[in-house]
Write a protein that binds this ligand. Structure first.
Ligand SMILES: [Ca+2]
Ligand SMILES: [Ca+2]
Length: 178
């Protein structure tokens, strides 16, 4: 019996390590394709939201494809049910990781410093309304289509990290959960 335990114990350890290599999201984060997503219910300005994501080894979400956009929209509809037109718009609107602060009218994803390839602007947006709107939100009242908004508005936000590599929290999940 002692011998079989010695054989089995390293096997469990290697299974845990394998899980961290294959991509495992932290508790509370949702996996989609190669990323982990946190749908934060706190409300913050765009810079505060990005700082929070950075503190979690992540960034505000960058949506690169129709399927990723559909995933995010689907998750928000699960979270909020049919309440997307709630009068509490701050609670159903979420910052994304893009803005046009560098060059007005030219939006880009900030972390990757890349132009938007896929977009899902609500009709008539972006409009740089009033005194200027430079940060991208996904707005509940617009059926979770995109809008540009003042970066100082306080909204919920979505963080994204790679499901692989050192920043996904997999090592802490190996140490902490098991
Ligand atoms: Ca603008
Ligand atoms: Ca706008």
């Amino acid at each position: 019996m002692a011998i079989s335990y010695l054989v089995i114990a390293p096997l469990f350890l290697s299974l845990n390590l394998l899980q961290s290599v294959t991509g495992d999201c932290r508790d509370g984060w949702t996996k989609f394709q190669g990323s982990c997503y946190l749908f934060a219910s706190d409300q913050a300005s765009w810079p505060e939201a990005e700082a929070f994501c950075l503190s979690m080894n992540s960034n505000l979400v960058e949506i690169g494809s129709e399927s990723e956009n559909a995933f995010v929209e689907g998750e928000l509809k699960i979270i909020h049910g049919h309440d997307s037109h709630s009068s509490h718009q701050n609670e159903v609107s979420y910052w994304l990781g893009g803005n046009d602060l560098e060059m007005e009218g030219t939006f880009k994803w900030v972390r990757s410093d890349a132009p938007l390839v896929f977009t899902d602007w609500n009709p008539g947006q972006p409009d740089d309304f009033s005194s200027g709107e430079d940060c991208i939100e996904l707005q509940g009242a617009m059926d979770y289509h995109w809008n540009d908004l003042s970066c100082s508005a306080r909204h919920r936000f979505i963080c994204e990290s790679s499901a692989y590599g050192p920043d996904n929290g997999a090592i802490s999940s190996v140490i902490g959960k098991r």
